[in-house]
Write a protein that binds this ligand. Structure first.
Ligand code: ATP
Length: 307
């Protein structure tokens, strides 16, 4: 391995929220959350390469949705590189290439995955060796889902979702994802959630004990029964057709189904690979979604390769 890598590639998974409890709106504009994340085997690949001194940051993207990936400072990977450069006292002269496989604006934390990948890749490229706690802090500064993606697995997120505690979880789970080609902006879904809750008392969010027990036992049937997402009514209110998509999974005998995060991706937990294939066929045939992905979880967090 060369002493100073020319480039570092991070492979970072998507997430699904097995439970997403949304509490009251906080004074800082965020909602208090209690969530259970699971990292699933759908990956973005983020390669950070050195550029000549003074040439700054550039971004390119590949993959089916490449044209929707921002290539300016609004890209979270760009912001991640800038943050590491300021902490590591390194000049931010890098090209960031994103091979995009995670659906964009789909509630699967694709942009967050790219930020997590860029944080870790820049840390290695610049030999910064920032302590783990500092990386987690930078991650939470950039976005609520990013700290989880550094570690992956199955974990509980509190606060805005950025305070991570790993969950006692056994077993491997088969997922099918119905993807829409029209993303749902996360802030719009939270605003709709607030609108739908107008006049009702919103309590502190909690993680369902039944879900934690099912995960501890590694029981996919009980996990399926315990899936819950407080943002689902809001996502369906904005996209009524999501109800029909979820129905396809229920009719096909999925163990559980829910809108993933803020949507519009719908996630289905199924018994095995065969059930996943059958459901994927039904979803594709329905014409109600633009793509179908299959993945298992939990998987580990970001992985790095130097070249
Ligand atoms: P989450 O599940 O974290 O709420 P999401 O999966 O719904 O997020 P993303 O794919 O992360 O949504 O992107 C949402 C928006 O963020 C995009 O529409 C885009 O404008 C912006 N964005 C910033 N950086 C990226 C990136 N690296 N890849 C894709 N979108 C990005």
């Amino acid at each position: 391995m060369p002493q100073f890598a020319k480039s570092v590639t991070a492979t970072v998974p998507a997430k699904v929220n097995l439970a997403l409890g949304v509490g009251p709106l906080r004074a800082d504009g965020y909602h208090e959350l209690a969530t259970v994340y699971q990292a699933v085997g759908l990956y973005d690949e983020i390669t950070v390469s050195r550029r000549s001194a003074g040439s700054g940051i550039t971004i390119s993207a590949a993959g089916p949705d490449a044209e929707s990936v921002p290539i300016d400072r609004t890209n979270l990977a760009w912001q991640a590189a800038e943050l590491v450069s300021s902490q590591a006292d390194a000049e931010p002269d890098v090209h960031i290439h994103i091979d995009k496989r995670i659906p964009i604006a789909g509630g699967m934390a694709g942009g967050s995955a790219d930020a997590a990948g860029a944080l870790l890749a820049c840390d290695v490229l610049w030999r910064a060796s920032l302590p783990r706690e500092q990386m987690a802090e930078l991650a939470s500064e950039l976005g609520s889902d990013i700290p989880f993606l550094l570690y992956g697995g199955t974990a509980i997120g509190t606060g805005r979702g950025e305070n991570i505690t790993s969950a006692m979880a056994r077993g491997s789970y088969h997922w099918v994802f119905a993807v829409s080609d029209r993303g749902l902006p996360t802030p719009k879904v939270y605003a709709e959630c607030d609108r739908l809750r107008t006049g009702s008392q919103v309590g502190e969010p909690t993680v369902p004990p039944s879900l934690m027990e099912a995960l501890l036992a590694g029981d996919p049937i009980r996990v399926g029964e315990s899936l819950v997402n407080d943002l689902q009514p809001a996502a369906i209110s904005l996209r009524p057709e999501l109800d029909l998509v979820l129905e396809i999974g229920n009719d096909a005998g999925a163990l559980g189904s829910l809108v993933s995060g803020s949507g519009p991706t719908c996630a289905f937990l199924v018994a095995d690979e065969e059930a996943a294939l059958d459901l994927a066929v039904s979803l594709s045939a329905s014409g109600l979604c633009s793509g179908v992905e299959r993945a298992t979880g939990p998987v580990g967090g970001a992985k790095l390769k130097e070249s």
